[in-house]
Ligand binder design. Structure first.
Ligand code: RAM
Length: 344
């Protein structure tokens, strides 16, 4: 018992530093014998193409494989609620034990999710929350902290002054909009920084590039861009890398995958950005869904559950428009000094 406890602590610490290690230890760290096995759990990401979502879904697979459950990944190729509804219907038809969904819209999925719940399917949201009742949200990091730190990172780099813009994902994405809300609050601390525009690239590289180019021509004096989406920031970094004269006055930061951003950090196109490990997010969501579907938790604040190699997590009380939630942990800031240590 003693050995197991210390092993779990060590594993959790390792997972924070370098998440790749999850693969090797997931099976060994499955702590509870009371999780049901053989259940089918549907992961419904924002879309099936975004590399971030693919990594998160893979984290879910690692968790469910360790539990001896089955993961089915299903979604559309565009980030709309309409494209996710057939996947919810498929989960009901397959008698899934749970759905883990990244909401492309806060409320448009609720009628379909209610049907799933009526059929006995447990609902977990992750990445981007929904406002529907009776579900558990697996949050990547504290929402306020993400919004606030994004503005602070940019302020530091542009001397807290100048026109700035946001290159977001879908205009209906709950996660993007809640981060942007806190960015606006934080901007009040920097009276010389002016948010001139928010553009939406829908987490599609081609659309992100088009709206970025529109932004740059509309605001030639732009000092900074925050792109709180891995698709947006990588598209912008690629563009700036081939239009280096823009870097004389323009700074890019946001939320990015180290694997996609490494080149641009090392060549100076982007100095700093942040993220959490999306694989761990999916892994945690997988354990939460399996725990709900096994009746080990009901989603009530204060309850705890074991998330394999990540350790034990506690359900936090509802706050504002967010219902009961679980927070993965603080984001990591990446720059030249540490980016080579991260492989996701
Ligand atoms: C994109 C998606 C996702 C978000 C990350 C940071 O891949 O918009 O929802 O969490 O970026």
């Amino acid at each position: 018992m003693k050995f197991r406890a210390s092993r779990l602590a060590l594993v959790a610490a390792t997972a924070i530093v370098a998440a790749g290690s999850l693969v090797a230890i997931a099976g060994a760290a499955t702590a509870s014998g009371t999780l049901k096995t053989g259940q089918t759990i549907y992961f419904i990401p924002k879309d099936t193409l975004n590399p971030y979502e693919v990594i998160a879904d893979h984290g879910g697979k690692l968790a469910l494989t360790a539990i001896k459950d089955k993961e089915v990944v299903s979604s559309g190729t565009a980030d709309t609620a309409a494209a996710q509804i057939p996947s919810i219907q498929a989960a009901i038809a397959a008698k899934a034990a749970a759905i883990v969904i990244a909401g492309n819209d806060p409320s448009a999925l609720c009628p379909s999710l209610a049907k799933a719940q009526a059929a006995g399917v447990k609902v977990v949201s992750f990445d981007s929350d929904v406002t529907c009742p009776n579900h558990l949200f697996i949050n990547q990091a504290n929402t306020q902290q993400i919004g606030t730190s994004e503005v602070d990172l940019l302020a530091k780099e542009i001397g807290s002054s100048g026109q700035i813009a946001i290159l977001s994902a879908e205009a209906t994405a709950t996660n993007q909009n809640s981060w942007i809300k806190y960015m606006k609050v934080e901007l009040k601390k920097y009276p010389k920084m002016k948010l001139v525009s928010i553009v939406y690239g829908n987490d599609d590289p081609a659309t992100s590039l088009t709206v970025l180019q529109g932004l740059l021509s509309a605001y030639p004096n732009l000092r900074g861009i925050i792109s709180p989406t891995t698709v947006g920031i990588s598209t912008a970094a690629q563009y700036l890398d081939t239009h280096k004269s823009l870097l004389k006055h323009l700074v890019l930061t946001g939320l990015g995958l180290p694997s996609q951003m490494r080149k641009y950090v090392l060549d100076g196109t982007c100095k700093e950005f942040e993220l959490w490990n999306p694989q761990n997010l999916g892994y945690l969501a997988g354990y939460a869904a399996a725990s709900l579907a096994s009746g080990l938790i009901t989603g009530k604040p204060g309850q705890t559950f074991k998330a394999g190699s990540l350790g034990t997590y506690k359900i936090l009380p509802a706050a504002g428009t967010t219902g009961p939630s679980v927070v993965l942990g603080p984001p990591t800031v990446f720059n030249k000094s540490n980016i080579n240590q991260f492989n996701f």
